[in-house]
Design a protein. Sequence first.
Lengths: 662, 145
Amino acid sequence: MIAELGHFALILALTVACLQGVVPLVGAHRGQISWMRFADQSSVVQFVLVAISFGCLTYAYVTSDFSLVNVVQNSHSAKPMLYKISGVWGNHEGSMLLWVLILAIFGAAVALFGRYLPPALKARALSIQALVAIGFYLFILLTSNPFERMFPPAQDGQDLNPLLQDPGLAFHPPMLYLGYVGFSMAFSFAIAALIEGRVDAAWARWVRPWTLAAWCFLTGGIALGSWWAYYELGWGGFWFWDPVENASFMPWLIGTALLHSCVVVEKRDTMKSWTIFLAIVAFSFSLLGTFLVRSGVLTSVHAFATDPERGVFILILLLIVIGGSFALYAWRAPQLKSTGLFQPISREGALLLNNLLMGTAAGVVLLGTLYPLFIDAISNGQDKISVGAPFFNAVFIPLMTPMVAAMAVGPLLAWKRGDLARALKTLWLAFVAAFALAVATWVWQSGQSPWGIVGVAIGSWLAIGTLIELAERIRLFRLPLGQSLRRLVNQPRATWGMTLAHFGLALAVFGVTGAGAWKVESVQSMRPGETVTVSGYEFRFDGAAEKQGPNYLTTEARFTVSKDGDVVAQLFPEKRVYTVRQMPTTEAGIHTLLSGDLYAVVGDSKSDGSYVTRIYFNPLVAWMWIGSLTMVLGGALSLSDRRFRIGAPKRSAVPAGAQPAE
Amino acid sequence: MKRKHKRLTFVLVALVLLGGAATLVLNAFEENIVFFMSPSDIAAGKVSDERRFRLGGLVEDGSVDRSGGETVQFRVTDTANVVKVSYTGILPDLFREGQGVVAEGRIVDGVFVADEVLAKHDENYMPPEVADAIKKSGQWQGSEN
């Protein structure tokens, strides 16, 4: 009964979305305020309906209702409660329901909190949201219904894939989806602006918080996902340039570009059609990401059992959304006139450079990700290739190096016309420090990969450059210290956000460099009592014992790690077998130090009592997570800036075309 | 600077960037593309010794030999031909006899020396390449998708 209620609520939501996709749009065109208002009410109704539907599915999971196919396939009565709940979105059908739930939450948020939005823009944006939602409702109801019943009901479930029974992965999909779907807001506003034929500072001020929120969630989601891969897969790495990882990374790159170009539109009234373009591309990449993950067209270490029919549906949806919005763009964008002029060397110029580099990087990742499909298609399935990490590293790092280098300079350039020589002179300390550290690294690492040196150089350049920019802003040492401190406290939060985000990236660069260039790995078979020395740390294998978990059996090994005779840590890597699916998983034993992670994995035991073990020393990995967290924090701080809360400035003049009285 | 010149500057910067990116991509493609081969492809002599490639197929039943310490030996088959594989390290959790596997490495003295054996996240999932390799050898027993 509960499941039918959920199913019915979803169908109702589809009906409401169909109305919402038409009525407000027509109302905005005709200038009928009551028709436009309909979008507010229907958005809230849609949210309530989808929330009921999602609640029903969650109820079925929590109570282990094994008459639902979806619950049987992905749950088990003995599963801990956290994973019963996360199991709701730990499968295809449920994750799509989560997707529309988030879409509905964002829609309702615009309806309820967008009081300062002009009614026509708001009505149009919500209509576009509804049109996107219709696609996903149909997708769920026609190809992936989570409420499907089975008769007779199963005795018990088949359990959730054990790899997903993990706190990191419980929250990874919702974060990622909040990011993906957040870009749908920027997309809807962009399409609404194209229909209106008007983009101005006020528009950018409304779009920026949504983009910022989406960016924060996406950054957090990607970091959480790679953290999970780091400790759960036991391969010692956190980023594999896998198609599924790339699928979340491309929207991030374009989203970052969008975030920066929104600033230009808001402050300088220029780069308008470019910003609209980016908003469309960011959402297109989000849809493409969903398509790649859900269709299984690419071989991925992350791929789950998939269904080609669903892939075709999302592909069609993708073509309609991308094709339609670009056609509209081609037709309307030339009408968007920019007024702000600027020199190539200026803040605008620097932000444009950021956009170009981010866009190129996203393009390259797209090319590498889709190239195997392309080759497969033109050779009629005869040639199958894979494009792996070496390709992406060889292309992506050289592109990102100038990008990070420019990031320290950009904020020091003035709007309109900047003075590059002066900016560089201000940064002399960063240059000297980066150079000194690079030389020190070169001496220390003697003859290993040159990228280690480059990473240290640009990381320290950006970190110190960002601090210098902050010091300039508060006029440190040029005003009395008290005044400087007051200026520091009074910096707008958006400025703090920028400083934190840039500084966080510098920290992450150190993390990536350390783990990428200086990782030490050692594979051997060990008997209890034997030791192996990795990077100056002595790992003693103390033996392994069988234990019983809530729904798995585990072989837990113990390593005692010591340096110069002092015990540093004990590591407990596990090899689990989840009883229901008889599926083994690996849990790495990790001890985090700021200088690097001690990382141990235990493998199969052999008849002579020895175990295959894999030991890593991963230098500086912790800075990867600290850096990502700092970036998210920066974004969140910027989001809390007062300017976004008190609403945008009133629009300057009544635009041409149909615009109702406000 | 005139407006036209400014626009020209931006276009030039964009072109330089794209040109640089294209050069990087082409170089990287040449060196880093990895072809996918089935045991039958190797038997047909499609593989040169130096080149890295990916090998896919099923782990032959009863072929896994763990006697060599941390080095494991097994055979990969597409049911028509068989290739010997040697791998040093911990095999992925879902590595099993009779199941699909994808390994990356190169041929040394007639043995495929893998430096990477790819895991899957789901026991019901078979990499499409493995399915194709088995279909090509005419032994496919699953459904036609």
